[in-house]
Design a protein around this ligand. Structure first.
Ligand code: KIV
Ligand code: ZN
Length: 521
């Protein structure tokens, strides 16, 4: 296989993924995900949007400082202030990159009210500015797939002449289709002077469910960088899913003969990590990483499968880091066994984290006869709550057919104990009312979802809660064998995240949080 068939994987989970409403991640979570991506062999990590907030800047800077193999990239709108801030954050990386962009379609040109010539000049100036700071510059014409062909060709040429080393062609609204996606890249490479000297990238959104197909088609057309996210995390229907494009190129190498540097056995661990910290659970039938993606993992032991796994399997579970056994441990299992099982499942925990999970494992094993892989994944993915404003200390609910449900709750709020009793329409409502009374807030419950982790009435429930307050969205997740306890912990988890977002965007905060969609100066 020659180098011309090497496709770079550009992961934007921490930028395009994280900007999806509700997917906010903490500083520590971002660092952890970046380190896992680096270890998995991602070529370029888009670590964030440094001008967006002080927190974003710190995260990109620290990810850059800690990077080992990957190039670290930050996003910047088309103005010198954004670009300088981005450079400040990425410059300490072993290999830094500035990614600057502007919306070039008629709809996007109308927002900053620039005509075609003025925008062309802005592109020339900003790419030149970025290139004077960093020799690795990516430029994107946002909404490229709805930009007039002649204008797209013109601005791509300007960006290349100004020094861009990668040109990314975003399908910002998931509008294109495979034939068009391939054709667009092919024609740009054929017709733009200098196009053969740089790398073309594809960045697809999944609004019509074609992001994976469109990305692979762009590669057929000559793109050699795919921009994607773990689990396809991203706004609306999300971005191209990393695991899908990487496994498609691997499994169908006979007809999609391209290589990546990804260690695919690390996919499941990253998928679980991103699902837990973003609060966006992976749908059961999601390709590659869904709970049902490998039939025998969900207990459907078809006769053919038992005789020959290849009857129904085009890839082995181990190829993506999924262990083949499910029944694991009981209450007599020790710490060493837990550590080794968690490692097999992709969780390498520090000693204090292991201790914390071990306590919760023993508690679970006391309540539940058999502890499965899925139970351990739910335990290991849980936040220990150490740095949270609000914590649940006790809960007792009374419910049934006679009268309203009652919740008796103990909490600590910024270190102070509080206990109260509330009623409601069912146990979850009563318990949520207690949280609302103890921590008054105006957040609206946007989503409340419960999943059983395994089978049986003693199964753990994983609960997701999404809250919205003044346009700020935060998602929380928690698991417990008691559904009401899991619900309250998920609610408190979301509330704690909302409090952090509130502090970041308060009127007196250092830097106002901005979105890459705010046109800026
Ligand atoms: O979808 C998009 O156009 C983007 C750009 C900022 C590259 O995410
Ligand atoms: Zn995007």
């Amino acid at each position: 296989m020659t180098d011309k068939n090497r496709v770079l994987i550009f992961d934007t989970t921490l930028r395009d993924g994280e900007q999806s409403p509700g997917a906010t991640m903490s500083h520590g979570e971002k660092l952890e995900i970046a380190s896992m991506l680096d270890e998995m062999g991602v070529d370029i990590i888009e670590a964030g949007f440094p001008i967006a907030s002080e927190g974003d800047f710190r995260a990109v800077k620290e990810i850059a400082e800690r990077s080992k193999q990957a190039t670290i990239c930050g996003l910047a709108r088309a103005n010198p202030k954004d670009i300088d801030r981005c450079w400040e954050a990425v410059r300490h990386a072993r290999s830094p990159r500035i990614h600057t962009f502007i919306g070039t379609s008629p709809l996007h040109r109308a927002i900053p009210n620039l005509d075609k010539d003025q925008m062309a000049e802005r592109i020339h100036d900003t790419v030149t500015h970025a290139r004077n700071l960093c020799d690795n510059v990516q430029w994107s014409p946002m909404d490229a797939t709805r930009t007039e062909w002649d204008y797209l060709k013109r601005v791509v040429e300007i960006a290349i002449k100004a020094g861009a080393t990668t040109i990314n062609i975003p399908d910002t609204v998931g509008y294109t289709a495979p034939v068009e996606s391939a054709d667009l890249i092919r024609r740009l490479i054929a017709e733009v002077p200098g196009a053969d000297e740089i790398v073309f990238a594809t960045h697809c959104h999944n609004d019509l469910g074609m992001a994976t197909a469109n990305s692979l088609a762009a590669v057929e057309g000559g793109a050699r960088q795919i921009e994607c996210t773990i689990n396809g995390l991203g706004e609306r229907a999300g971005n191209t899913a990393l695991e899908e494009v990487v496994m498609a190129m691997r499994v169908r190498h006979d007809i999609i003969p391209y290589d990546t540097g990804i260690d695919t056995t690390k996919i499941m661990a990253l998928s679980r990590k991103v699902a837990t910290v973003s609060g966006f659970a992976v749908q059961f039938n999601k390709a590659i990483v869904g709970k049902n993606a490998f039939a025998h993992e969900s207990g459907i032991h078809q006769d053919g499968m038992l005789k020959n796994a290849e009857t129904f399997e085009i890839m082995r579970p181990a190829d993506v880091g999924l262990s083949e056994t499910s029944l694991v441990m009981g209450k007599h299992s020790g710490r060493a066994a837990l550590r080794s099982k968690l490692k097999e499942l992709g969780f390498e925990l520090a000693e204090n984290q292991l201790n914390d999970v071990f306590v919760r494992f023993k508690d679970l094993a006391d309540r539940k006869k058999e502890v499965y892989d899925e139970d351990l994944i739910a335990l290991a993915g849980q936040n220990d709550g150490a740095d949270e404003h609000v914590k649940l200390t006790s809960l007792r609910v009374v419910c049934g057919t006679a009268g309203p449900a009652e919740a008796e709750m103990g909490l600590t709020i910024d270190g102070e104990d509080k206990s109260l009793t509330t009623t409601g329409d069912g146990p979850v409502d009563a318990a949520f009312n207690a949280v609302k009374e103890a921590v008054p807030h105006g957040a609206r419950l946007q989503l409340y979802q419960v999943h059983a982790v395994t089978e049986g009435t003693d199964a753990q429930a994983t609960v997701s809660v999404r809250l919205e307050e003044d346009g700020r969205i935060a998602t929380g997740m928690s698991s417990d064998t008691d559904t009401v306890v899991a619900s309250v912990k998920a609610y408190i988890n979301a509330l704690n995240r909302l409090i952090v977002r509130r502090e970041k965007t308060a009127p007196g905060a250092d830097v106002k949080e901005v979105s890459y969609k705010d046109v800026g100066e």
